[in-house]
Design a binder for this molecule. Structure first.
Ligand SMILES: [Zn+2]
Ligand SMILES: [Zn+2]
Length: 438
């Protein structure tokens, strides 16, 4: 069995049955005693961990590294534009000096540029524009989501909530450096397109590719053809441009703000951000001309950014693994997401509350640190409202279970759900080894 791009999250089935192709393949390989080959330039934390352990579920896992790039491809130069510095020097533009100059060079030489503006699963957050601090939940180590209506910062993992006011409120203060500029982060692709039109000469084609501009039939293909045909052009797009683009004239790749990807409220945010940045960086310099990548960020010291800049994945993976070990996330535990949704908010909330209570009773949740203490029972986090609190007029709540690897958590949850019984109009799903936590 061969699985290419094994890190791809699309291998996880989002609807029932919620299996992961990698796990099914591993089980088949084990049963039928056939080899399983997983290929990836950016392997998943789960696979790397199994290789480090050597054996997993009675099967040998081996890592084979291929350090040389195919052909004679040269790695593009990666430059980091520190937005904190730009801010403190008085710049209020969305384009840093390095990115502006990079775009000017592209125009001068009549080449092409790709600009990434990632907003996948976008959840608004607050960030200090002077030090780059993003308020994070001290129980869950994930970024807090900002809720404008209630002026709160909320953790959608454990349900904790704090009142806060962003800049320009008089009381807004960065928790780390005390700066007033604790600002809400969020720019639309449209706004960036407008700014590009203002900055670049009229004979430069600016092509925007996002969910809105690719709605029509063949729209996606037509936009790419337009980009291909132009003599000098900038392609601005969401994560949909990261993969598969192969235009040798592209000499500059810019990332408008890497922090959206870094600060998703998900423990896999770093892993996904790294994959995305690596992929998009790979769009630069595919021809004979050398490529340049410019990443704009308020977090230049983040291990993901450093790893991409130095072309050394281990800077990120070592750090990420330590983080996950400390905060108890996969591959050190198995993560189960129990999701409840209903048109009636109270019904959904009551129902998940009952599930949580039963599970906690079962696993003696009174001792918060029992997993760290080496105990062998799972831990319940939440319930909390989901990052996507409402979808298709359904109110969504979830709770997370961190289960020791090897513990048969499904049986317990199953028994618990039977005990709770079903409620009309309330749906529940149980996702073992969950990837989508939003
Ligand atoms: Zn939390
Ligand atoms: Zn600060």
């Amino acid at each position: 069995i061969i699985i290419d791009e094994e890190h791809e999250t699309s291998y996880k089935q989002g609807s029932s049955p919620r299996y992961h192709v990698r796990e099914v393949a591993a089980e088949m390989a084990r049963r039928y005693r056939c080899p399983l080959v997983l290929g990836s330039a950016t392997p998943s934390a789960e696979s790397l961990d199994r290789c480090r352990r050597g054996t997993y579920n009675g099967v040998t896992w081996t890592r084979v590294e291929m350090p040389e790039r195919p052909g004679h491809a040269v790695l593009p130069t990666v430059r980091i534009a520190d937005l904190r510095r730009e801010f403190s020097h008085g710049s209020r533009s969305m384009f840093s000096k390095p990115l502006t100059e990079g775009l000017e060079r592209v125009v001068e030489r009549r080449e092409k540029a790709v600009l990434l503006h990632n907003r996948r699963g976008f959840a608004p957050f607050l960030m200090c524009r002077e030090c780059g601090c993003v308020p994070t939940c001290n129980h869950c180590s994930t970024a807090l989501t900002y809720h404008e209506r209630t002026h709160t910062l909320q953790c959608h993992t454990c349900g904790s909530s704090w009142r806060v006011q962003p800049y320009p409120a008089a009381t807004s203060r960065c928790p780390k450096c005390g700066s007033r500029y604790l600002a809400k982060m969020g720019l639309g692709t449209q706004q960036i397109e407008d700014a590009l039109h203002q900055m670049l000469p009229d004979d430069v084609a600016i092509i925007r590719m996002d969910a809105d501009s690719t709605r029509g039939k063949d729209a996606h293909k037509k936009l790419l053809e337009q980009f291909d045909a132009a003599d000098c052009a900038v392609l601005l797009g969401t994560q949909m441009i990261a993969k598969g683009l192969d235009f040798p004239e592209v000499t500059l790749v810019g990332v408008v703000n890497a922090d959206f990807a870094l600060k998703l409220p998900d423990f896999r945010a770093g892993e996904r951000a790294y994959d995305l940045l690596e992929q998009v960086a790979g769009r630069a310099g595919r021809g004979d001309r050398p490529g340049e990548v410019i990443i704009q960020t308020y977090l230049p010291e983040d291990p993901v950014i450093r790893a991409v800049a130095e072309h050394d994945r281990s800077i990120f993976t070592d750090y990420d693994l330590d983080q996950r070990r400390d905060a108890l996330y996969p591959p050190f535990v198995r993560l189960v997401n129990i999701l409840v949704w209903s048109a009636n908010r109270d019904d959904a909330q009551n129902y998940i509350g009952r599930i949580a209570k039963l599970l906690k009773r079962r696993w003696h949740a009174a001792a918060p640190d029992f997993l760290r203490a080496g105990s062998t029972v799972p831990q319940v986090l939440g319930p909390a409202s989901c990052v996507i609190e409402r979808a298709k007029d359904r109110y969504r709540f979830h709770l997370l279970v961190k289960s020791p690897v090897g513990y048969h958590v499904s049986d317990d949850i199953d028994a618990c759900l039977k005990e709770v019984g079903s409620v009309r109009g309330v749906s529940v799903s149980v996702d073992v080894d969950a990837y989508d936590l939003m």
